[in-house]
Write a protein that binds this ligand. Structure first.
Ligand code: 6R9
Length: 656
């Protein structure tokens, strides 16, 4: 088979060139592409020198002598926290706001770069006293509060590695991550606020550290606890310490030591489709270079005037690279919000944008589609005129969701950057540059300057324009993962074996290039459906469904079928306004025919089920594997990573 994925959808005809005003003031110009094309490694070296402050300048750029184990800038030394904090204060920007914090109950704090630097220094002194040194691992299990940012940066400042575990994960998940990384310390809170309630975190930490069977070694010596909600907690006097009892008292003097560029910065666990979560390892100099570069250029950051808000939780890679490291390295002013978009009512995010005059807003398609479902009246009641750039990450954004985002949230004017990347890539790899690229709704568009991407067939041969295939990265990049913690073999097997002879990184995503060479993501290769020998992508059929006026969100899967091998089965959520006006009568059949008209009879779903929910991971990605179980009438598989475990029984009922 030469073409691993068929491409059926019609070309997107809507194109949006940057306005002359935007282009004239844009941070990134076409010279970036020229420089990177002329000398890729030299380009990254220049960017790194320009964007970061190195204590010991590097002379080596890339060491690729032992692929796939890369080293970037490896004879240089820097301190990552110094780059995010002290140097901005030294440059006279201490009074600039680093974070406008908004708690879910409505409490607020304004934290300047000077404040944050001081707080990180205090915590670094506490951790030093406790014996945390370069190379140690520290687990962070916290709500989205300023202390979480402080914790991340204090650990980085000491040259230790953090492992942030999303606060919504269970005690079991926390335990396996603490153990795999061999963490010495856990930083947590009594709890946090979500959906109008105080949720608990400390009990999960207690449980994760308790009841160890024989032979199990607990590596954790101390637990540092922020008092956020004031709820009662169990206390272990030998192990647990309140933040407020030690951090405010600690000295605010602390000199950042420089560490080698390849010093581990963090481990972040990501669950693949099979097996245990993988501890993705990122290091310092290359990671920070690409995080800062992409943040500045893709989000067109003007640090003196912009207010930037990335809605991702710090428990995900997007939170690491675009709510902590990239923006802070660039001296940006950010919004940090603790809670959910629906509390106390569905307009909370828009209230926050209005209140802080947010100018750059980075979120996920799942959020956009849930706003589409609720209706445009909610955002239209707020003043969103401060917005000048929107971003999307996490899944393909369907063209209709893209249009809605631009029209309803972006006043029909703002550019949208659809950014493709992964935990493993560390930073954005494919995206428009907003002052240069003519935007196409639904396409992630172009590799970033200095990034080499291709779409290939199973043999690793380029499929060329206007064809579908597998997305690969063909050259090492600065923020690439350096491995899987403790498992080099799995690192090689998972990402590099598929195209070993070519030395390509296999991302696991399907993609196609259109006639102009722009890249469209087609979904995970594991989710591709084989219907009568045609290999269909999830993204194209889902986008066709979302293009119908009734649909807010859709997921399709392949279910085994006697006639066709596999058949397309669709699960659709309707817009509330449509339901009210028309009801769902006859709609399933209409949607079947609609897909047939939009992209051809081969893609027409065998079944369309109207449902009220879709199964999603906690970071908002649709879990099609579980829908496949429903579609094939099987018992639903492992639902541990679901945000809401009740969803599957709701869907099962609606399908019957
Ligand atoms: C950053 C992040 C990575 C996977 C990736 C792909 C999907 C992310 C996307 C996108 C289409 C985009 N993905 N961004 N698909 N368009 N703009 O999400 O990291 O959680 O590791 O997920 O997410 O399938 O391979 P991570």
């Amino acid at each position: 088979m030469s073409q691993p994925i068929d491409h059926l959808a019609a070309e997107e005809a809507r194109h949006f060139a940057p306005t002359p005003e935007f282009a004239a003031n844009a941070v990134a110009g076409p010279d970036l592409y020229d420089a990177a094309a002329a000398d890729r490694e030299g380009f990254w070296a220049d960017q790194s020198r320009e964007l970061l402050t190195w204590a010991t300048p590097f002379t080596n750029v890339l060491d690729w002598s032992n692929p796939p184990f890369a080293k970037w800038f490896d004879d240089g030394e820097l301190n990552v926290a110094y780059n995010c904090l002290d140097r901005h204060v030294e440059a006279g920007h201490g009074d600039r706001v680093a974070f406008h914090f908004e708690g879910e109950p409505g409490d607020t704090r304004t934290i300047t770069y000077a404040d944050l630097t001081e707080e990180v220094k205090r915590l670094a002194n506490v951790l030093t006293e406790w014996g945390i040194v370069r190379g140690d691992r520290v687990a962070i299990y916290m709500p989205m509060i300023p202390e979480a940012i402080t914790a991340i940066l204090a650990v980085a400042r000491l040259g230790a590695a953090h492992s942030v575990v999303f606060g919504g994960f269970s005690a079991d998940s926390l335990r396996s991550r603490i153990d795999d990384a061999g963490a010495k310390l856990v930083i947590t809170a009594d709890g946090g606020y979500r959906k109008g309630r105080a949720t608990a975190l400390k009990p999960a930490v207690d449980q994760a550290l308790a009841d160890r069977g024989s032979g199990e070694q607990a590596t954790v010596e101390r637990v540092l606890v922020v008092r956020r909600t004031g709820q009662d907690v169990e206390w272990n006097d030998e192990r647990d310490v309140w933040w407020e009892d030690v951090v405010p008292q600690a000295s605010a003097e602390h000199t950042a030591e420089a560490f080698p560029a390849e010093n581990p910065l963090f481990i972040l666990y990501t669950s693949g489709t099979t097996g245990n979560p993988k501890g993705i390892l990122h290091t310092s100099g290359g990671y920070l270079t690409q995080a800062a570069f992409t943040h500045k250029n893709i989000f067109d950051l003007h640090p003196e005037t912009d207010v930037y808000w990335c809605t991702a939780d710090i428990g995900w890679i997007t939170g690491h690279s675009y709510a902590v490291y990239g923006p802070l390295a660039n001296g940006a002013t950010q919004v940090l919000y603790e809670g959910t978009p629906e509390h106390p009512e569905p307009g909370r995010w828009w209230d926050i944008i209005e209140k802080y005059r947010v100018s750059i807003f980075y979120t996920a398609p799942t959020a956009v589609r849930s706003f589409m479902k609720q209706g445009r009246e909610i955002p239209q009641k707020r003043d969103l005129s401060s917005l000048r750039l929107l971003g999307s990450v996490g899944e393909p954004i369907n063209p209709e969701a893209w249009m809605w985002f631009r029209e309803v949230i972006g006043a029909g004017l703002t550019p949208i950057v659809d950014t493709w990347w992964q935990t493993e890539t560390g930073a954005i790899m494919i995206s428009a540059l907003p002052g240069i690229t003519t935007l196409k709704p639904g396409s992630a568009q172009v590799p970033q300057p200095g990034i080499s991407i291709d779409v290939v067939d199973d043999k690793g041969e380029s499929v060329g324009n206007d064809a579908g295939g597998l997305l690969v990265v063909t050259e090492p990049w600065p923020s690439m993962l350096r491995g899987i913690w403790g498992d080099p073999e799995r690192f090689v097997d998972t990402y590099w074996k598929m195209f070993a002879d070519k030395g390509f990184y296999f991302a696991g995503d399907g993609a196609r290039r259109d006639a102009d060479g722009d890249i469209w993501l087609l979904g995970r290769v594991d989710d591709v459906m084989n219907v009568s020998g045609h290999r269909l992508s999830t993204a194209e059929i889902e986008s066709a469904l979302v293009a119908h006026e009734a649909t807010a969100e859709a997921a399709v899967v392949g279910a085994s079928d006697e006639m066709t091998g596999e058949a397309v089965v669709a699960f659709v959520i309707l817009k509330e306004s449509f339901l009210k006006a028309h009801g769902a009568e006859g709609l399933a059949e209409q949607l079947r025919l609609w897909v047939g008209q939009q992209i051809g009879p081969i893609a027409r779903p065998r079944d369309v089920f109207i449902v009220s929910e879709l199964p999603k991971t906690r970071s908002g990605k649709i879990m099609r594997r579980l829908l496949r179980d429903v579609a094939e009438g099987r018992e639903v598989g492992d639902t541990q990573t679901l945000a809401d475990t009740m969803v599957m029984s709701t869907i099962a009922k609606q399908v019957k």
